[in-house]
Design a protein around this ligand. Structure first.
Ligand SMILES: [Zn+2]
Ligand SMILES: [Zn+2]
Length: 283
């Protein structure tokens, strides 16, 4: 049965496969349309589009921007945007620069904890300008300090752990405006990340909608049936678009497959037209 996958990472951020390989997996999974949504970077899109033309898969330009709303780190997905827009790419470059300020501080803390790692090693392993904690986790795996990315986060890298360093992140409203300025549609990624600050997810989504949010990622690899149903109900009630994707990263999240998530994900191709229509209304 055909499906779409609007949330995929490649080697241009913290995924382990280049765009062309992700597209090949998508073809095997009967994915008819997909979005490459690398963190804070759009450089994987041209390769994805070229491979998409060969394989007959529609490629929607996308990006995933990390934000902080005062309580939780949130991710805002941007779809159908003008990914070559110089203002957008300048803004994303400034976010990546903040990663390069943060990562060496994380490395310092890991070294203080007795681990023999350098930032040069992380950058060499990452091979991209969008370097993040998953790359550090991969280095810790290579050096046998941990046996999985999850263990790297649980022992060292997650909030509250010895090597955690907070990062300067834009507010969600700012990321939403960047996406809208580039004629795209902004969507709240994996809403399970929203920590309850008293007004519940409905209240937060209402505020984000006022800031220009267009949709919510209802279908996601780790959502339970109950969560999916409640997000669907919220999206309907607030008149937000429904999207979905696997958040495939390759080796960093080995249990997640393109198109299928943990096996039971299916994002209906019918969700694509409303998304494209909303973007067309913006340009
Ligand atoms: Zn995310
Ligand atoms: Zn993601």
């Amino acid at each position: 049965m055909s499906r779409i996958d609007l949330h995929l990472h490649t080697t241009h951020s913290d995924g382990s496969l280049p765009p062309s390989e992700v597209l090949k997996l998508a073809a095997k999974a009967s994915v008819t349309a997909l979005a490459i949504t690398d963190h804070d970077i759009t450089s994987g899109i041209p390769e994805a589009m070229a491979t998409g033309r060969e394989l007959g898969i529609e490629v929607i330009p996308g990006v995933e921007i990390s934000c902080f709303d005062g309580t939780s780190e949130l991710h805002i997905l941007g779809y159908c945007l003008d990914w070559q827009d110089s203002v957008l790419n300048g803004r994303l470059a400034s976010l990546r620069a903040s990663r390069h300020r943060r990562n060496p501080l994380i490395i310092e803390r890991l070294r203080a904890a007795g681990l023999d790692v350098t930032y040069d090693e992380v950058r060499a392993l990452a091979g991209t300008e969008s370097v993040g904690r998953p790359h550090i986790a991969r280095l810790l795996m290579q050096k046998k300090y941990v046996s999985s990315a999850k263990e790297a986060f649980d022992r060292y890298l997650a909030e509250g752990k010895p090597a955690y360093v907070p990062r300067d992140l834009p507010a969600p409203a700012e990321a939403i405006s960047w996406i809208r300025d580039a004629k795209g549609v902004a969507v709240l990624a994996h809403p399970t990340w929203v920590k309850d600050s008293g007004d519940g997810l409905g209240g937060r989504l209402t505020a984000l909608k006022e800031a220009g949010l267009g949709g919510v990622e209802v279908h996601y690899s780790t959502h339970s049936k109950t969560q999916t149903a409640s997000y669907l109900e919220l999206a309907k009630r607030l008149d937000l678009l429904v999207t979905g994707g696997s958040d495939f990263h390759g080796l960093t999240k080995p249990d997640i497959e393109v198109g299928y998530g943990r096996g039971d994900l299916r994002v209906n191709p019918r969700l694509l037209e409303p998304l494209k229509a909303a973007a067309a209304a913006r340009s």
